[in-house]
Design a protein around this ligand. Structure first.
Ligand SMILES: *[C@@H]1O[C@H](CO)[C@@H](O)[C@H](O)[C@H]1NC(C)=O
Length: 344
């Protein structure tokens, strides 16, 4: 699987059309607006990793693919490897991050994401609870020469927004021209007035998804972070877990989750834009929601960009090792071009 970004527009279109005709016709239920789930609906029903592996991210390493996940199973940052994004995925019984930094409580490390930066080294973006107040989570960065570490932390938060409840769920993106960004969420529902994820009792607080441009090192900030999406009443307490890709037709796609992760309303939604900075238009359709493919509370979706198909890693509730967990699932999809968009 190679990134399509190298191809010219017309070559990209040709391969998209070829890919489209080569695929079996999807059933109507598989069409989710801009995207269509492919023939592996059965695959999506079976966890790719049958243990607690929430908020997965995916990146291509030198020899194989890597998935990273929220702290569980006695590790701050969990990871797994596979020969292809679609799998098979093998859990690595090792903690990728031995030290989350003295600013953290060293335990609650969430939603890690790794990206190779311009000089060929790696940056690990992660969320952690503040040592000084564990109800506030902020973003940290760590760097390594090798994708498997050892990772050295920058011993201060990278983005905190503590006065707004914290920052979580950082995810890197590099555009065709080499410009880099990190999307994340202002964790303002942590300051909410109660209810589901603390933010369904009025006054409801904004939980915007932000975009921070960064330099070639993936860390140095360029300008201020800008808001690219916020919750609406249809989203319940929040939007979170952003992941940006540039699709094979050149459209920027922002995947995100809405509602509380503990609720069966948790989902994977998406919005599209012609510029990475937006404005983003929300899809009328959820990409994943409870009862699709027999899933419960799917969320935290992260996608590759494929020449003929995208592979999405996400979590959903499961009965894994040690009881009820959020297992990692994998499925692939393609662009239909049927761009059914609406402002949800
Ligand atoms: C921790 O942060 C929360 C949210 O800002 C605040 O309500 C609480 O008072 C803080 N706790 C301490 C001990 O400072």
């Amino acid at each position: 699987m190679r990134l399509l970004s190298h191809l010219s527009g017309s070559a990209g279109l040709a391969s998209l059309l070829l890919a489209h005709f080569a695929e079996p016709a999807p059933t109507a239920a598989d069409v989710r607006g801009f995207f269509t789930w492919l023939d592996n609906v059965q695959q999506a029903k079976t966890p790719a990793l049958e243990l607690d592996f929430p908020d997965p991210s995916i990146v291509e390493g030198p020899n194989q693919w890597y998935a990273f996940a929220t702290a569980s199973n006695g590790k701050r940052v969990q990871y797994a490897t596979a020969p292809e994004p679609s799998g098979p995925w093998t859990y690595v019984d090792q903690d990728l991050l031995s030290d989350a930094g003295s600013w953290t409580n060293q335990v609650d490390v969430w939603a890690p994401d790794v990206r190779m930066v311009d000089d060929g080294t790696y940056v690990l973006y992660y969320t952690a609870a503040l040592a000084s107040n564990t109800s506030i989570h902020c973003l940290g960065v760590a760097t390594a020469d090798s994708i498997e570490g050892p990772y050295q932390v920058d011993d201060e938060p990278w983005h905190c927004d503590a006065d707004r409840g914290g920052s979580i769920d950082s995810s890197g993106f590099v555009d065709d021209d080499g410009s880099r960004y990190v999307a994340y969420k202002i964790d303002a529902n942590s300051l909410g007035n109660g209810g589901s994820c603390d933010n369904t009792i009025p006054p409801i607080i904004s939980t915007p998804i932000m975009l921070q441009q960064v330099a070639g090192d993936g860390i140095t900030k360029i300008g201020a972070a800008m808001e690219i999406l916020d919750r609406t009443d249809a989203d319940g307490p929040l939007v979170e877990a952003p992941n940006i890709i540039k699709s094979s037709s050149g459209t920027y796609v922002l995947f995100y989750s809405s509602h509380c992760f503990t609720s069966t309303e948790y989902n994977v939604l998406y919005a599209t834009a012609s510029n990475v900075k937006g404005p983003y238009t929300r899809s009328a359709n959820a990409l994943l929601e409870t009862d699709m493919f027999a899933l419960t509370s799917p969320g935290g979706g992260t996608s590759t960009v494929g020449e003929d198909r995208n592979v999405m890693l996400f979590h959903a509730n499961c009965e894994g090792v040690g009881g009820s967990n959020r297992c990692m699932y994998v499925s692939n999809f393609t662009e239909t071009g049927t761009n059914i968009l609406a402002n949800r």
